[in-house]
Design a protein around this ligand. Sequence first.
Ligand code: COA
Length: 327
Amino acid sequence: IIGTGSYVPERILTNRHLREMVDTSDKWIVERTGIRERRIASGEETNVTMGRIALERAIENSGIRCEEIEFLVVGTNTTEPVWPSASGHIANLLGLRKDLPFLDVQAGCTGFNFAFSVAEMFIKAGQYRTVAVIGTDKLSAITDYQDRNTCVLFGDGAGALILKQSMSEGIIRSHLGGNARSRNLLILSKKDGTGNAYIRMEGRKVYTFAKKAMVESCFRVLDPSGTADKKELRTLFEQVTKIIPHQANARIIMGAAEELESRLELPAGEAKNKMIVTIEQYGNNSCASIPLALDISLRTGKLRKGDLVIFVGFGAGLTYAANLVRI
Ligand code: COA
């Protein structure tokens, strides 16, 4: 990873604002989710405009020229209209190479992890040397602000990074997972009388899935063959500096950390202290959450070059995935 960038809209929607919109309270939201505020895109802002700014910042941060990018992969779920793809719009807006290949990856909130893995494969195969990856979503466009089960959770934003082929250790591997049989737990559904489709979710069931998927994916990315015993797995886990989880709910993140500690017989707090949590200010902004947290962590010194990091995500589909990276 030679550069990162991110963007969040200016408008802040606090728990107090939400209290005026649905039957909820700041206390309930903070206790059950860890979220205090989230960013909401303006009418003109889209996943494309946010993704464009995030990528511009990542390019600047990496010190490369736009023309050096050979391939663009965008994880997103909220392109409107659905085609042409967000990646095409962004490539055009930024004036990337005229013949640049680009594609969108739609895998719910796991879209960033999947997109990252697509980039990883092209780089490892030697097809491209410099690849841009973006995670961007405008969930506010598909959130029903009359549904307290969902509207307190979601926000908007974008994050991007530039990957460059290198002889030193970088992306070690990814683990991708899915559970299509449970796809109905988190869907878009038309609201009566409006014609608009909004997120509908069985929160409890998604919660249980998410916690389990995070633990499973962390283990599988460290031990792809599944043959390591507890002691070996613990040694592998101890080498990990930080984990950047998808920011869906602070309780899911901490619950997964507790589960990791119990399964690996680690001292209390060992996995919790590795978790990077930015949800308090941004809520769940889907594909943006991991690259946004990565950018913030690098800029604030929470992460340094050389750290061994796991990006772990889960989302609609249902899908889940983890990427093990020496940053
Ligand atoms: N404010 C106040 N009360 C609320 C509320 C809100 N915003 N939303 C739900 N409630 C109520 C419920 O109606 C329920 O009331 P009841 O007991 O009278 O039926 C009660 O709070 C408990 O609901 P429950 O669903 O059991 O709460 P929970 O502890 O599971 O927390 C979520 C709810 C949504 C925060 C949690 O299930 C969750 O985070 N799920 C995963 C969501 C997710 O990550 N989705 C995206 C994946 S990418």
